[in-house]
Design a protein around this ligand. Structure first.
Ligand code: ADP
Length: 368
């Protein structure tokens, strides 16, 4: 069993830079957890603290139930894959992959067996005699992963391993690492700034900003129930649309009104949570797929219609993204592949009000 646990871990670098603040993170044995967040939010620092490459300024780190704060990196039995691959250029793939085992004086036959086994898993057996310069980016990344597999570590740590690959190779390697996890059944912690990688690979995702984990949960729970506006905006592509306005009451009904052209009726289930915000400023969040072109909706409640200007649209192949403006707000709608509205003309959109989120304007915490 190789669970990883961080308790109240903080890191202050020389010069007073606070990279990580009181992080609590529990990764279960065999789990794949992704740390995701914008550049500089402290993801790599956490990974390096787990690896033992960086010391925590405060808090405790446990691997497989053992407190490892004072255990040197080489004795932690964790393996890290870096963005830069960090391969030795003068060594062949075989020599690169076997380097760690040779240092640890494993018997030759065991080294050959392990390298062959890892090369087989990664489909790089035919490359064992080549040097890194004779490999493509994707192949180098496989060698870097292979070098860690041969050590049979308790925990794999990945630090943005796909950032240097082109878009197509990134998608392919993403699936391969995912499959590798299923095959090896080893605990993995994976760092990325790419929310698509996080959504597609993680058993759970920890969303970070400014050295703090804002939410940790299964990908779809984070997508459907983000804890605050930051998480809501960071996870999902295109990002969630945010529209500032007020909750107003007309007759007995509640509406969201941006004070310009967007006025939509709120579904009654949401009344209890929104009544305290009556006449106060609030932020409405709506995902692009929850906004429809009126022309393609058979029954559209008139109170859910928003008139907007279609500034431009982008055909994505399987869908079309409409870039719209309405009064003081702009937003994006994701519509069917064959929807071709008139550019530079007004059109009617329908907001699916059962799907909207609301955020406190000041704290940015999710209300609904
Ligand atoms: P991320 O991996 O999310 O991009 P990092 O963990 O690398 O973020 O960095 C978090 C913060 O700590 C950043 O502000 C970064 O500039 C700072 N930082 C990282 N490494 C060092 C270091 N060795 N010395 C000083 N500051 C550092």
């Amino acid at each position: 069993m190789a669970e990883v646990s961080l308790r109240n871990v903080s890191k202050v670098y020389k010069g007073g830079i606070k990279a990580v603040s009181k992080v609590n993170l529990g990764v279960e044995s065999k789990e794949f957890v992704v740390l995701v967040g914008p550049s500089g939010c402290g993801k790599s620092t956490i990974l390096r603290i787990i690896a033992g490459l960086e010391e925590a300024s405060e808090g405790d780190v446990y691997i497989a139930g053992q407190r490892v704060n004072d255990v040197p990196a080489k004795d932690r039995n964790v393996a890290m894959v870096f963005q830069s691959y960090a391969l030795y250029p003068h060594m062949t793939v075989f020599e690169n992959m076997s380097f760690g085992l040779r240092l640890r004086r494993y018997p030759k036959s065991e080294i050959v067996r392990r390298v062959n086994e890892a090369a087989e898993i990664l489909g790089i057996k035919h490359l064992l005699g080549r040097r890194p310069l004779e490999l493509s980016g994707g192949e180098r990344q496989r060698v870097a992963v292979g070098r860690t597999i041969v050590r049979k570590p308790l925990v794999f740590l990945f630090d943005e391993p796909l950032s240097n690959l082109d878009a197509k190779m990134r998608v392919q390697m993403r699936t391969e690492i995912h499959k590798l996890h299923i095959r090896l059944q080893t605990t993995m912690v994976y760092v990325t700034h790419d929310q698509v990688e996080a959504m597609t690979m993680g058993d759970r995702i920890a969303v970070m900003k400014d050295g703090i984990i804002h939410q940790i949960d299964e990908p779809m729970n984070i997508y459907d129930r983000p804890k605050n506006k930051f998480v809501a905006g960071f996870i999902g592509s295109p990002p969630m649309n945010f529209i500032d306005g007020r909750i107003i009451k007309k007759d007995t009904k509640l509406y969201f009104d941006d004070g310009a052209r967007i006025k939509v009726k709120i579904v009654e289930d949401m009344y209890p949570k929104l009544l305290p915000y009556l006449n106060k400023e609030i932020t409405l969040g709506i995902r692009a797929e929850d906004i429809y072109d009126r022309l393609f909706v058979s029954v559209a409640p008139p109170e859910n219609i928003v008139r907007a200007h279609c500034d431009v649209y982008e055909p994505m192949g399987s869908e079309v993204h409409l870039f719209l403006s309405s009064g003081k707000h702009t937003f994006i709608a994701r519509v069917g592949a064959y929807d071709r509205p008139q550019i530079n003309q007004d059109m009617d959109l329908v907001f699916d009000m059962s799907k909207v989120h609301f955020f406190d304007k000041d704290t940015e915490e999710t209300l609904i």
